[in-house]
Design a protein around this ligand. Structure first.
Ligand code: AMP
Ligand code: MG
Length: 512
């Protein structure tokens, strides 16, 4: 087996750790990580390897022992980090990497440092009452979706490899008292950093102000090097503003492509504004602000599509509370939190303008944007297909037949008129554009994906791969790399009838 590139562990070296090499569930006061050992995998099998990312990291697919955590470079100690968080709006206390083991950092060909971690390699002190394992279906979902998001241009963690461990594990897929054995798997995922809001919340809860300040300083120095030359206080405030803007930018991108995360707990919020921890997520089929894919979230729909920006704000408030004792500037922090909404909506409207091919937004465009949203909700239109079809609209377009592919329901007479009126207004509005038709079209084509990884496709790919047929999976891997083209026209259609009735095809739980 060829040698692996150099691995560094700056986080592990910078912060105190627990070196008792025990994975029994416990509190680990005073430290930020604990060293851990991966489980044995009896018969690991490489299912997916990311050639592009591998090339960037100078790792070939010949490292099965490494991808399955069965052979590590000499002396390398894996570690799990400890964090806390608010789950579904409630303080949850200590959480931490319960089924994640950090490998360390490698340099990419371009000299960028990327952290690598295993997900599903066994239990850690932070596994609480769970097993530290991951099942094949959820590992495949994370691998494919994080790569799909990357190619869509959304800030995200990525996936390098997916290995079936050869071990069977017990899961109750919908928490209905019907556990089944499922195939275990693990992935290696990468990100510039996996630090979460919850890391800061943990230290605040412990009232460990020295370590909290150290973590903030370290984070700024490594990941926000552009903030320098200011006083301490100002540095912290500029950092918090940048975190807020990164989060807002991520949210705008989620809305652009129609992504619903499903579990926006503060422990799932990356300090860099990356999409992280793919669980019961979904892409939108029909436009529905109230849609949540997460069965655990059903009573309140806290994490529904349309609420995600508000929740991001709520999460930022929790982060502000955590770092306040170090900054001591309540009104300045509140000011930044207020700016969040203004900044988000500004970016959101501009994003919508790009999806619609409008060059600049005017004051009286607001009602038009709202009308667009109302149309999509009331007529239950497929979000992705509606914008693709809009690209081809002109005066001659027979509106009702043209938009038929994005309808899930038969339209009533008044709804047909609503659609026709909207399109007419749209055509009239576009005549005010200062850019050419071609420029407008190009703007739309960059903003509107033609391929999205719909949940029913993931569901089918898992089902067929489970049965040993990898054709659909291979095709999806190709399609997700070119989301702004129609590589396979059969994927650029609305969700087929009946697909939403199967558990796992549309509704998911956190069980993974
Ligand atoms: P999540 O909902 O995936 O963000 O996980 C919330 C918390 O539960 C985190 O601390 C995870 O590490 C932990 N967790 C989730 N699934 C498992 C598992 N199978 N084994 C151990 N810990 C887990
Ligand atoms: Mg998580």
């Amino acid at each position: 087996m060829p040698d692996l590139p150099e691995i560094r562990q700056p986080f592990k070296e910078a912060f105190p750790g627990d070196y008792s090499f025990n994975n029994y569930p416990r509190h680990t006061p005073h430290v930020l990580h604990a060293v851990v050992e991966p489980m044995n995998s009896p018969h690991p099998q490489l299912i997916l390897f990311n050639d592009e990312l591998g090339k960037e990291l100078k790792i070939s697919r010949d490292h099965l022992d490494f991808f399955s955590a069965q052979r590590l470079p000499q002396k390398l100690q894996l570690y799990a980090t400890v964090y806390a968080g608010h789950q579904f709006g409630n303080w949850a206390g200590q959480l931490g990497d319960g089924r994640v083991m950090n490998i360390g950092e490698m340099s990419s060909l371009e000299g960028k440092a990327l952290e690598l971690q295993y997900k599903g390699a066994g239990s850690t002190p932070y596994s609480r009452n769970a097993d530290g394992r991951a099942v094949f279906r959820s590992s495949l979902r994370e691998y494919l979706m994080s790569e799909a998001m990357h190619y869509l241009g959304v800030p995200t963690t990525r996936a390098l490899s997916l290995v079936k461990t050869g071990e069977e594990i017990l899961r109750d897929i919908l928490y209905q008292g019907d556990p089944q054995m499922e195939e275990g798997a693990m992935i290696i995922r990468t990100a510039e950093s996996f630090i979460r809001f919850g890391h800061f919340e943990l230290l605040a809860a412990r009232q460990d102000w020295d370590l909290l300040r150290q973590l903030i300083d370290w984070t700024i120095k490594r990941y926000f090097p552009q903030i320098k030359g200011f006083s301490k206080q100002q540095t912290y405030l500029l950092w918090f503003r940048e975190v807020s803007q990164n989060i807002a930018n991520m949210l705008v991108e989620w809305y652009r492509v129609g992504f619903v995360h499903g579990v926006m707990n503060t422990d799932n919020m990356s300090i860099l504004g990356l999409t992280i921890d793919y669980g019961p997520f979904s892409m939108l089929d029909e436009y529905d602000l109230n849609f949540t894919p997460n069965t655990t979230d059903l009573p309140t729909r806290r994490y529904a599509f349309g609420k995600q920006a508000n929740i991001a704000h709520w999460n930022l408030v929790q982060l502000a509370h955590a770092i306040f004792p170090i900054i001591n500037e309540a009104s300045a922090l509140e000011g930044i939190l207020e700016e969040f909404s203004e900044y988000f909506w500004q970016q959101y409207d501009q994003m919508m303008a790009r999806k619609l091919g409008l060059d600049e937004l005017k004051q009286d465009d607001q009602p038009f944007l709202l009308e667009c949203q109302k149309l999509m909700s009331e007529l239950n239109l497929d979000y992705t297909l509606f914008f693709s079809l809009l690209e081809k609209v002109d005066q001659q377009t027979p509106v009702l037949t043209h938009f038929a592919p994005c309808l899930y329901d038969q339209l009533e007479k008044s709804q047909k008129k609503q659609l026709q009126d909207f399109i007419q207004r749209y055509i009239t509005r576009k005549q005010d554009n200062k850019i050419s038709r071609i420029q407008s079209l190009e703007m739309m084509q960059k903003a509107n994906p033609k391929f999205i990884l719909r949940n029913y496709l993931l569901f089918e790919a898992i089902k067929t791969a489970d049965a040993g047929d990898f054709k659909l999976l291979d095709k999806l891997v190709q399609a997700l790399k070119l989301p702004y083209q129609e590589l396979y026209p059969e994927f650029s259609v609305r969700r087929p009838e009946g697909a939403s009735d199967q558990p796992g095809a549309c509704m998911l739980s956190c069980s993974s």
